[in-house]
Design a protein around this ligand. Structure first.
Ligand code: SAM
Ligand code: SF4
Length: 266
């Protein structure tokens, strides 16, 4: 479906949970994090219904994200259900990689095509500082397992504070080169102030070329991460919520009231 600015919208990002096993300081700061009551989180059946509706109106690309998608129980079952939908040409996942070593094979067998893995630093101490205690060795093991399972091309997502020339980013670029991986540098965003920029090496943050809408973990279709506009699939039905979101997708993102990256999916 084409929006009112002529953009073809074909990419659905699905946040399968607002929970996470890390606490990256820019995403889920220490202290009071609002988590959804479990009954508000979309069931697999509800998610699949939205994906089917999306394909019917022209979507062909789906990404699972979160929170951390791999903390959602039986996530490979959802992958399998989505993989059966005719018309999804690209089925991918964004993950922090912490749990990936144990489930890469099952995800690939279920029909996942590829993964993007977040890695902001390679130094164990720096990684733990940024992620609130994460073990970078587990991410390295996850990357290895993903490659072995054929979840390729693997892309690394690296959040930078100022530029890709800062030391942690350089270490990630080096690691990527040594391991034959692509890396995308995401400048740290700030939702309330509407601060974001184009992803280096990727396609996010480029409003005139944006082709995505999001399904948040509580069942709202959000046409723009940097906007409070949202349409409930439980209230409107999936097709209507998707169509309305596309119709009202803003020309560009701006400041917003919400600060809910982990529930909407980054
Ligand atoms: N937990 C998974 C992960 O970390 O890859 C998936 C969800 S996470 C919200 C998706 C992406 O958003 C990650 O690459 C993360 O680094 C990025 N992200 C989260 N908060 C951000 C922020 N404030 N600015 C820039 N990127 C952010
Ligand atoms: Fe969790 Fe990903 Fe947010 Fe880090 S960026 S806290 S891993 S959801």
């Amino acid at each position: 479906m084409t929006d009112r600015f002529g953009r073809i919208i074909n990419y659905l990002r699905i946040s399968v949970t607002d929970r996470c096993n890390l606490r990256c300081y820019y995403c889920m700061p220490e202290g009071a994090i609002r988590l959804l009551p479990r009954e508000q989180i979309m069931s697999f059946e509800e998610i699949v219904e939205v994906a089917r509706a999306a394909v019917r109106i022209g979507f062909n690309k789906v990404r699972l994200t979160g929170g951390e998608p791999l903390v959602r129980r039986d996530i490979e079952v959802l992958v399998g259900m989505l993989a059966e939908i005719q018309g999804i040409q690209d089925l991918a996942m964004s993950t922090n990689g912490i749990l990936l070593a144990d489930c890469a094979d099952a995800l690939a067998a279920a029909g996942l095509r590829r993964v993007n893995i977040s890695l902001d630093a390679t130094d164990p101490r720096r990684y733990a500082e940024i992620t609130g205690g994460g073990d970078v060795q587990r991410v390295f093991a996850g990357i290895k397992a993903a490659r072995k399972a054929g979840l390729v091309p693997i892309k690394l997502n690296c959040v930078v504070t100022n530029s890709s020339a800062e030391p942690d980013a350089i270490s990630v670029a080096q690691f990527a080169r040594q391991n034959g991986l692509e890396v995308r540098f995401i400048h740290m965003m700030d939702l309330p102030s509407g601060k974001f920029s184009v992803v280096e090496g990727g396609s996010g943050g480029d409003c005139p070329r944006c082709n995505r809408v999001r399904l948040s973990s509580d069942g709202m279709i959000r046409p723009c991460l940097f906007s409070d506009i949202a349409f409930g699939v439980r209230k409107l039905g999936a097709v209507q919520a998707l169509k309305q979101a596309i119709r009202e997708k803003p020309a560009a993102g701006g400041p917003c009231m919400h600060n809910w990256m982990h529930g909407i999916g980054g």
